[in-house]
Design a protein around this ligand. Sequence first.
Ligand code: GLN
Ligand code: ZN
Length: 758
Amino acid sequence: MLTSVIGYPRIGASRELKFAVEKYFKGESDREELNRVAANLRSAHWNVQKHHGIDFIPSNDFSYYDHVLDTAVLFNLIPERYRALELDPLDTCFAMARGYQGPRGEVKPLAMKKWFNTNYHYLVPEIEDSVQIQVAGSKIFDEYEEAKRQKLETKPVLVGAFTLLKLAKFTGRKKAEHVMADIVRAYQDLLNRLGKQGARWIQLDEPYLVTDLTPEDIRMFTELYRPLLSAKREVKVLVQTYFGDVRDCYETLQILPFDGIGLDFVDGTQSLSLLKQYGFAKEKTLFAGVINGRNIWASRYADVLQTIQDIQQFAQNVVIGPSCSLLHVPYSIQRETRLSKEYTRYLAFAEEKLRELSELKRILSDGNPLETEWYKHNEERFAGVRCEPDKEVRARVAALTDRDFTRLPERPERKEIQKQKFHFPALPTTTIGSLPQTPDVRAARAACRKKSISETEYKQFIFDKIRQCIRRQEEIGLDVLVHGEFERNDMVEYFGECLEGFVFTENGWVQSYGTRCVKPPIIWGDVRRSRPITVEYAVFANQLTNKPVKGMLTGPVTILNWSFPREDLSPKETAFQIALAIRDEVLDLEAHGIDIIQIDEAAIREKLPLRKSDWYEQYLSWAIPAFRLVHSGVKPETQIHTHMCYSQFGDMIREIDAMDADVITFEAARSNLEIVDTLKESGFQTNVGPGVYDVHSPRIPDVDEIKQAIRRMVRTLGSDGLWVNPDCGLKTRGEAETWASLRNLVQAAVEIRAELHS
Ligand code: GLN
Ligand code: ZN
């Protein structure tokens, strides 16, 4: 039995890459230093896999920013506006990732979207009519060579032709069909070159295959791969799928001359039955994802061995591995010094998953697998009860009725009541919640953690920050203020820490996009709130000003989606437990005079199942009610806001309306406000604030640019109930750019208001 890894985390166990790249961005280090950090990381990643006896070690899974961007650049998919900057290849790449504002001009970055149903974001490649699709980059060859110099044979990986075309945006007249021949030629060229270099296998990632495919999609896939694979080649091709099963194209994959097919037996609920039904071609190798690549629980070998046994009934050549790239889990449990053995025995991060694979390999090669020490040791881990249920919480969830999910009176009536109460000007301005987390904020938090300042001193510091930012927001003239979220490291981690049922890591970082990492909490047991969480800071901020200050909470679905979920309790039950906890907080805020409460559901879209047939049953049927449960108890005059990070919710727009918030703000600027048309067409009822500028880049939008965005929104949606705000929270931005941008935002709103009145 051989083992294979689809991809390894790359940000560095201590986030070395993040810090190196950010330093480079700030001009505080040079290219050489950056390259050195990167090379060390690659080497460390390869070697840890080698150490655990992984047979197929990936290369080119490393990226300075994003692997989809890397694939685009490899094939010369660099839009003209970035070429015109005449930067060198790496800086061009960075300009595409985060925009550019400097001596050579000004450009916005590529759009960013969520990578399937994960919390990783990729940059959307653009294909212009004029582009010459061809192998133009050298990263994939360089990294293969680099590993080779270290005596490591690797399997270069990149995004496959089909997924690349499906994710790319065509900006001119051309469509996929017009570039297919060029794409095929470019991939062929790539295979040839890698073959010449000595590569034996190449892995083409085709996660798009696990989504609902139309007959045209399947035709397109075939038309790409039949010619691509037909040429004589020295390198074997593995088509790698993950995040689900390939029920729409299983037979197609069998027929096409792939040498290996990678299937997911964890999230792919039908993978095994497909295998049973159609068999598996004898000449091909099945790369079976048998341990969960995206959750942090240790595998129970008894179950994994059963799966492998089932698979082997139908496929002869089987290689085992994780179900997807390990990009989505932290590096290693060994870095967790604060978690006791009672916790860690149940956990497996990337490195522990490598160990699991190496142990499974040994167990499988033993004549008496169940008698091996590895197997027995694994069984011992799972002996006993992991955690006892919280009876009170269970009972509270069990007692919920329809009434608990319904806010009254209905929205139109609430709108009137709230209009009378708040008297906002047309196009009220606000922000999404967080303000820049400058180094002093992080330093104070760290000092408090290390106990080098007291809890009281820390609080005093936060109060000062709140005072300053309220003053600044007033001065700029925003209509609804925020307290700035300085006390929060992360919108989910913060709530997790204040609720019961969560477990935290010290170093469990996972890349979210570019240099941004998150440290998802682990939902360990039943969730409950045992004390108020945000009330003190909210009340403090609120009494500093006559303007309303929004209370700021994270919603249950986002807390769940951005945590590592339990596998022994349904997501529905978990979401309702969290919803009840947040509901208590909402009612507390209201009781303390907070009239506007924002409940962020930044991540509600991202766990929408990849297949439409699963949407309702597996997700929407409980995710939307979970949100309603949080706010159904408030008074009609309390205004409930929500925020979503992702404008791609056209497909669940009705459900979002049914969350029954009073106002929703969301990301829109980076995808050119396309969502506005969708809102119009669907007759969206919730008042909206589509973001007027992109916060994921340090660029400062000028007044005219923002005015244009507002005009476009007003033209389509009318000005009634329309809000003006940035795309998302501002915590990752610097002070100077933030206040300059917000000043422009308010100015733009004021000018458009005047236009409306004239
Ligand atoms: N209120 C949060 C903030 O401003 C929302 C962040 C998000 O949507 N990711 O930081
Ligand atoms: Zn957001």
